[in-house]
Write a protein that binds this ligand. Structure first.
Ligand SMILES: Cc1cc2nc3c(=O)[nH]c(=O)nc-3n(C[C@H](O)[C@H](O)[C@H](O)COP(=O)(O)O)c2cc1C
Length: 340
């Protein structure tokens, strides 16, 4: 069921949300393979790119099988944002995304992230400069406003449209909310109804059914799923089935094993074993949520140093424990902090 999103024809309307420290190249490859229609890097500092720190430049690495791939940048300096756009175009990424949703004090204090939406006129100038500096599309990801008194996503979408931005992804919370409360999907629907730009809705999607429900009820062009994909890495494939009117099977132990096999391969292709292990331990903890014996398994994972033992433990856990998942964990707060 391919759809048109801005200039791209993509396979489906379900997209992995960018998450710092999580949506690195190996995980993006995995989620592309598992049905995310496109992928976006975590936020990368445009000032860091200007100073060419190796750690920053490493974050811009991507593999061919991630396409359609966007690299996300943030920063308060128009000059550095423009230079970053040009470097990203040179690197061959498919689009550049500007982070306008980051609520973190260190970022907003400098006037970057969600603080940029407080001044739509100045933002419009920055966006126009970015768009005219490259021939790849420029997209943005915003929150609905700074606080409940200044909800202005309508206005920011208009500014983005005038500047030539290709689409706007909106996390349905204000900056003041952080990750508390619920994403305001009614408001996202209103913004979409008045917008001629494609709108991607985002916030609190934890099941394939809710992904399809949000898409259909609020009329957005696509939905972005962040934390929901960490505890259910099959959510994109499942949402695709639901969208087609099909049912889907709950993942079996073998499904987890084949997912982990590919994840291990991608991690070890790009990272040293220690770094790969650090990543995989986080994912094993997330994937095991709600399965019987999950708490004990997570203790084992974090206490075990030997990587082969961790992989073996993961094999036996997923083969033995994935028959009954208790989904009440979906109502518990989860990763209540991030950069967008
Ligand atoms: C750990 C974490 C890191 C995040 N990092 C980024 C980021 O680098 N760029 C960004 O635009 N949003 C970032 N976000 C925000 C997510 O993209 C998304 O907007 C938010 O989590 C709400 O969607 P969800 O309820 O589906 O998770 C981050 C969120 C989390 C939890």
């Amino acid at each position: 069921m391919s759809i048109q999103l801005g200039p791209f024809e993509i396979d489906n309307p379900f997209i992995l949300a960018p998450m710092a420290g999580i949506t690195n190249s190996p995980f993006r490859r995995l989620m592309r393979k598992r049905g995310s229609a496109l992928v976006i890097s975590e936020l990368v500092s445009a000032n860091g790119i200007e100073y060419a720190s190796q750690r920053t430049l490493d974050l811009l690495h991507f593999e061919e099988d991630e396409r359609v791939i966007g690299l996300q940048i943030f920063g308060e300096s128009t000059e550095n944002l423009v230079k970053s756009c040009q470097l990203i175009e040179k690197k061959g990424a498919d689009f550049v995304d500007l982070n306008l949703g980051c609520p973190v004090p260190k970022v907003v204090k400098k006037g970057a992230g969600s603080a940029m939406c407080k001044d739509p006129v100045s933002l419009g100038k920055t966006l126009s400069a970015m768009v005219s500096s490259v021939s790849i599309p420029v997209t943005i990801k915003i929150r609905i406003g700074w606080d409940s008194e200044s909800v202005n996503a309508h206005e920011i979408v208009k500014v983005a449209e005038d500047a030539g931005v290709a689409w706007v992804a909106i996390h349905g919370r204000t900056r003041a909310q952080g990750y508390s409360g619920l994403a305001d999907w009614d408001y996202l629907g209103e913004v979409k109804a008045k917008s001629s730009l494609p709108i991607i809705g985002n916030g609190d999607i934890t099941t394939p059914e809710s992904a399809v429900h949000k898409l259909k009820t609020y009329g957005v062009d696509a939905v972005m799923i962040g934390r929901g994909a960490l505890r259910n890495p099959f959510i994109f494939e499942q949402a695709n089935e639901v969208l087609k009117g099909n049912s889907y099977n709950d993942p079996t132990g073998d499904d987890y094993l084949s997912l982990l096999k590919i994840q291990k391969k991608y991690l070890l292709e790009q990272f040293h074993e220690n770094k790969a292990m650090l990543h995989v331990k986080k994912f094993l903890a997330w994937y095991s949520a709600g399965y019987p014996g999950g708490a004990e398994f997570r203790r084992f994972v974090f206490q075990t140093k030997d990587s082969e033992q961790v992989w073996e433990g993961a094999h036996s856990f997923f083969l033995d424990h994935t028959r009954r998942r208790n989904t009440s964990f979906l109502r518990e707060p989860f990763l209540m902090g991030g950069h967008g």
